[in-house]
Ligand binder design. Structure first.
Ligand SMILES: [Zn+2]
Ligand SMILES: [Zn+2]
Length: 442
């Protein structure tokens, strides 16, 4: 607790003895940011986060079914004396730390797991058959609760309110959209989100300004013909051949119609036809995803996917219907990182980790429902490295062999705390666009 006290004195001095941002001393700011990392690395807090992460890992819950995870979060917030709203978007929890007044800055953690059977044997392996935290969302919850603990211990020093967003259904359900629609972010000025990543070394972060992840949509089409004996094709209308031609034609949308400098993807990942070797089925179902980096490109792909499927199917005398919300999968917008928040992030990350540990993240065709937040308020989403050569190579997200390096937890908690507290400290009420980073004013 000695360090806590020392930190409190330093922060109190820093926040109350001077006009905060205008006189912010870069060395002091850097020291406070480092102190947050040291606080997050205190064994007591690390144990707290590891324990929470393992409890959630053992009982993974799928999108909008995160009832026990949500209960665990609320129990912890109750223990910390942090007020919250619940239910938000079915299982979501939104907590509040600080003055309860503006400015408001939000930190987001997603809670859902995947329908994957965990492949690796270890002490805290998933106890639910066919379900697994294979994307690290268990760690995201633990890091945000760790951050909540630090923030609550310093709540009287906060110059505004930190909003803790525990959201359901990131994996395809668009939980973020439901949180936005619930109206709980209406007065929030900015939001930050972290995703752990096995691609980058522990102690590093990776991000970029502007578009960072693609927008995505899903489609499913039923191509219908007329089934019959496989040896008498002339008496059938074969949907297997029609669907095969549809798939080949869909490949031309990116290769022949899209600007080669405007990255796009159309993938058919699902093909379900008949089950017999000697029978032509009545219908075939295909499905897949499409990705792009602009609304216009996404809309064009959507329109053309429907045209190509229906018209190409008709060439082989079949009919086709196309559904763009299969399995309640939602359209995700492009994730765009706010430019001012990028500068803020670079300052905080450089002070905490050193500028050599900030990686310019390449664009990715992956998608994230964090995009829904960044559509309505300034948002910033980044990767937090957890690769450690002594652990060997870590399996990628959504793999049954996915393995989380728990050493990542204090970095996530400290970055959450630092990004939020320094955002509040630097906030200028005149307008959102007048938000300035302290270094500009020195
Ligand atoms: Zn995922
Ligand atoms: Zn994820």
């Amino acid at each position: 607790m000695g360090l806590f006290k020392w930190f409190f004195v330093l922060l109190a001095f820093h926040l109350f003895t001077a006009a905060p941002a205008a006189s912010s001393n870069p060395e002091e700011l850097a020291q406070i940011t480092l102190d947050f990392l040291n606080l997050a690395k205190e064994p007591e807090l690390v144990d707290y986060m590891v324990n929470i992460r393992r409890r959630i890992h053992e009982y993974p819950e799928l999108a909008f079914e995160e009832f026990e995870t949500s209960k665990l979060i609320r129990t912890e917030l109750d223990r910390l004396g942090i007020p919250y709203k619940h239910p938000v978007a079915i299982t979501g929890v939104v907590g509040y730390v600080g003055t309860g007044r503006p400015p408001f800055v939000a930190l987001r953690a997603d809670m859902d797991a995947l329908a994957i059977q965990e492949g690796r044997e270890w002490e805290h392996k998933s106890k639910v058959p066919g379900k697994m935290h294979a994307c690290g969302h268990d760690a995201h919850v633990a890091m945000l609760l760790g951050a909540a603990k630090i923030l609550q211990e310093h709540c009287h020093d906060l110059q505004g309110t930190v909003v803790l967003v525990f959201q359901p259904a990131e994996e395809g359900g668009g939980g973020a959209k439901h949180i936005v629609d619930a109206g709980v972010l209406e007065n929030v000025d900015a939001i930050f989100g972290i995703h752990v990543s096995p691609l980058y070394p522990i102690g590093t972060v990776a991000s970029r300004s502007g578009p960072t992840l693609a927008g995505s949509g899903f489609f499913e089409a039923v191509i219908s013909g007329k089934g019959g004996h496989a040896a008498i094709p002339q008496n059938t209308i074969d949907p297997v051949v029609a669907a095969s031609n549809v798939i080949v034609s869909l490949q031309h949308l990116v290769s022949r119609e899209a600007d080669p400098l405007d990255s796009q993807v159309v993938t058919v990942a699902k093909f379900e036809g008949g089950g017999a070797f000697n029978a032509i089925p009545d219908s075939v179902t295909i499905g897949g995803t499409f990705r792009a980096f602009s609304k216009e490109s996404l809309e064009r792909l959507k329109k053309r996917i429907e045209e190509v499927i229906t018209k190409q199917a008709s060439v082989q005398r079949c009919t086709a219907t196309v559904n763009f919300n299969p399995d309640k999968k939602t359209f995700y917008p492009v994730t765009v990182n706010n430019e001012d928040l990028h500068k803020h992030f670079l300052d905080v990350a450089a002070d905490m980790l050193g500028s050599q540990n900030i990686i310019e993240k390449p664009l990715s065709m992956g998608a994230e429902d964090f995009a829904f937040y960044a559509e309505v308020i300034p948002g910033y989403f980044f990767s937090l490295g957890m690769k450690n050569s002594t652990l060997g190579s870590l399996a990628s997200g959504h793999s049954p062999d996915y393995r989380l390096n728990e050493d990542v937890l204090p970095y996530g908690a400290a970055l959450h705390v630092s990004l939020a507290t320094r955002y509040l400290q630097n906030y200028r009420p005149e307008s959102k666009s007048s938000y300035k980073i302290s270094h500009d004013e020195l």
